[in-house]
Each structure stands twice: as C-alpha cells, then as structure tokens.
Ligand binder design. Sequence first.
Ligand SMILES: Nc1nc2c(c(=O)[nH]1)N[C@H]1C(S)=C(S)[C@@H](COP(=O)(O)O)O[C@H]1N2
Ligand SMILES: [Mo]
Length: 512
Amino acid sequence: MESNRRAPGWAGPLVGLVSCATALGVSLLAAGLIKASAFPVVAVGDAAVDLAPAGVKEFAIRTFGENDKNVLVVGILVVLAAVATAIGALAVRDVRYGTAGLVAFGVVGALAVLTRPDAALLDVVPTLAGVVVGIVTLRLLAGRALRESPPGEAVALDRRGLLVGAAGGLALAGVSGVIGQSLSSGHSAVSRARSALKLPRPAKPLPPVPAGADLRIKGLSPFVTPNPDFYRVDTALVLPQVDPRDWTLKIHGIVDRPVELTFADLLKRPVVEADVTLCCVSNDVGGPYVGNARWLGVSLAGVLRDAGVRRDADMLLSTSADGWTCGTPVDVVLDGRDALLAFAMNGEALPVVHGFPVRQVVPGLYGYVSATKWVTDIKVTRFDRDEAYWTPRGWAPKGPIKTESRIDLPRDGANLPAGRTVVAGVAWAQHKGIDAVEVRIDRGPWRQARLAEAPTADTWRQWVLDDWDATPGEHTIEVRATDATGYTQTAERAPVGPDGATGWHSVDVRVA
Ligand SMILES: Nc1nc2c(c(=O)[nH]1)N[C@H]1C(S)=C(S)[C@@H](COP(=O)(O)O)O[C@H]1N2
Ligand SMILES: [Mo]
C-alpha cells in the first residue's frame, strides 16, 4: 500500500509552505488582538537578540546598521521556509511526521514567547492558534496530495483539490496576516493619545537655540537633529506601545518612601527643558549613533528626592515596558545636571521609537547606562547587587561618554576640486564641554578649527576649518577634540566594547 502513496515532488513543499503560512497568518492575527510581541516569530527573534553573544550583536549593528532587526526577521523567515518545506515533504509520506514537525515548531515558539521578560500566560495563544490551524491545513492538503487510490491502481493525486486547497490556505494566511499586522502596527489608541498630548510649558523655558550654534553648512550635521533623522538603537523587534493613560512609574528599592507616578502626576511636576546630545556606546569612531535634541521632561533627581534615596544606594536599575534594563550611577543623576524623565523631543511628544510616553535622558552617559525608553520601573539599588541588561553581555557596568570628534565634510572617499575646501564636523564631551578642535592634513601641523556656539556643555559642538587650500593628489584629514577638563582625545584606537571607542576620526579624499 505504501508504494502507491506517492505524491509528485512539488506537492510536499507546497503543502508545507502553505500550512506554515496559514499558521503564521493566524498567529499574527491573534497577536494583533493580544500583543504584538506574542507573535512567535518576534519572540524567537527577541530571544535570539538576548541570547546572541555581544560580538554577534556588535557585528550585526556594524554590518546592517539600523536594518539589523529587519535582517534578523528575514533570516528567521528563511529558516522557517526551509523547515516548512521539510515538514511538507514528510507530511505527504506520512501525515503524522508532518504533524509532529508543526508541533515541534509550536513548542519552540511557545518557549520563546513564555520566556520573554514581559510574558503572560495568554501570550501563548497566538502560537497555539497558529499551530492548530497549521495542522488542520496540513492534514487537509496532505490528504488531497495522497488521496488513497484503489488497490492496484497508480497514484490518485487530487491535483485540482490540492491546488484549490493551497489557494484557500494562502488566502486565509494573507487576510489574517494583513489584519493582524495592521492591528499590531496601527496601535491607534497609543498614536491617538500621542497626538492628543498637550505639551506643558517648562518652568524656565530655554531661549531658542542660538543662531551661532548652527553654522548651516550643507553636509554638516545640524545642531538639532530632526526627530526622523535621530539614530535608533534598542533591542525591541516590536516597539512597545504604552498608552500614557495606563503608564505608571514605580520607584522603589533602597528608598524611604516608594513612589508610583501616573503620567498625570508627572505632568504636574515642574517641567524642565534641556538640550542634550545622546550617544551610543556602539558608535565607532566617525559613526552615526549620536544625535542632539531639545528634551522636555521632569527632573529625575526631584522624583528620586521625593522617594528619599538612602545613602548606601549607588545604582538606579531602570526597566522598560518590554523588560530591558539599564544601570545608572545615582551620584551622576543627583549631581545637579539635567537628568530627565523626558516626554517630549524637539517640540513634539516623544516618538514611539524614542520611548513614548516617557524615557530617561542623562547628559554625559552612553545610552545603554542612562537612556531607558518606555521606562516603567526604577529600582534604587547597588552595583554589587544588581546587573543591567548589557553587563553580563560584556559591556562595562558604567559608561561615561568619551570625548570624541567626527568629520562630516568632506566625506571619506570624496573626489574634490582643488582650491579652498571646507572641512567641518561635530565634537562632543557631554557635561564637560568642548574647548578646542584641531584638524591636520597629511599628518602636518594641527590647525585650530573654528567652533560654533554651544549653549551648554551637554551638547555636541559644530566646528569648521574654512581655509584648507586643497592641492591635487590624495589627502588624509584627521580631527581631535579637547574638552573643558583639558583632556585631548587620544590617538589610541579602542573598539566600541566594553566602554566606548577611542581614536581620531580620519577621512581620505582625492583632489583633482
Ligand atoms: N527600552 C530600551 N531603552 C533603551 C535601549 C533599549 O534597548 N531598550 N537602548 C539604549 C541605548 S543602547 C541607546 S544608545 C539609546 C538610544 O536611544 P534612541 O534610540 O532614542 O536614539 O536608548 C537606550 N534606551
Ligand atoms: Mo547604545
């Protein structure tokens, strides 16, 4: 009997791919109704992000930049398609093997979903629903591919039935997937709440950014980075959607009086405005992960004072809505700098990617130890008792920003006409301030660049050398900054891990 149960070669893969597509479509629909991060593909990706060794993540950031997350999801889908093909090939031999394959799939998905830091039992529903629908589809289609033939006759493939069934499965996958995707990315309640937010007035509004802070040179990073251009770094495959009406911030741990704030409570506090340049520890010399914004928020130190931080505490362990954690030195936050619980950025409510409704901003510290987006919990604790997300993954527990400078103009590898050439860029040493920037050509003498104004020590500072007389040939341009403590950037190259890159940025250009 086995011998005449043979489906043609294409039937197995078709059955497998269509069944997995329906499983994914239905689970995406269920995740749209429950929680976007309960989509098992996302949960597996999140788990991969958390489990990946630091070196792999660094490689991904370096190679794929801000596309790292899309590359990961595409990779997972490619693996899924390969496994689905195999499941289908098994299923048309014996549908029990195919079913077992889908169940195994479901177990991996469910494990990934349930081990997420923000997991609830209900989050397993999308995986279950997907697997059940996938198995039903698989059995229906495999049955068509394998319709039993009368004894002694050749294979009776129900070709028409199989193709109609496959088309039906794909239609189901498509429709449920599209609805699920729009449910989980529309997040209409959160985006409506965000657009409806009326920004409160700061107690002491900052004067407008001084005209002298921006040299307005084409190709030079503007002093204020527009929100859509602001770099993004985080571990979230699906952005946390936090409705400000449901948001609370708990402050607890080594404090006299634990505090829980609602968003309305936050807005009643004195509002602070500050220009602060954020920088990522993964920003290599000359890299793009740095940006400057005007933030609006309330004093983090003020909130902590209300809770009464005890003397033996030295760390704030903050947690985001999706379970990411961050460890910030208490002394830095309390030393008088503009450490904020921020809710607005450059005159609008925080964009969701940048942490809506509330994030931390602490001038002078790399983002991974200070800038918790979607922050919901702050535990006042000690570095010798608690560890934040990146510490066991090889990054330093504390991350003060290193003094750095970058050449924006001309671009590395540029072909330029001979003659007077503008060399310009930005330099930063947050909360210290930049005192000087020097440029040299072909390892010649250092020349002082002209500095733009910087309203405070917490932002980057533009610089320009406007009188380089470029001669034909190849040239190397280097830059180094000196901060207000008198420290001049070291030439020594250090990689981004464990606590930030060092070295001079240089660009090579060809002058005709
Ligand atoms: N919840 C959460 N907050 C986070 C992170 C994260 O992964 N999750 N990454 C941090 C890092 S490493 C940096 S550099 C900054 C980047 O902030 P941005 O994406 O708004 O530029 O956010 C910080 N806040
Ligand atoms: Mo970062």
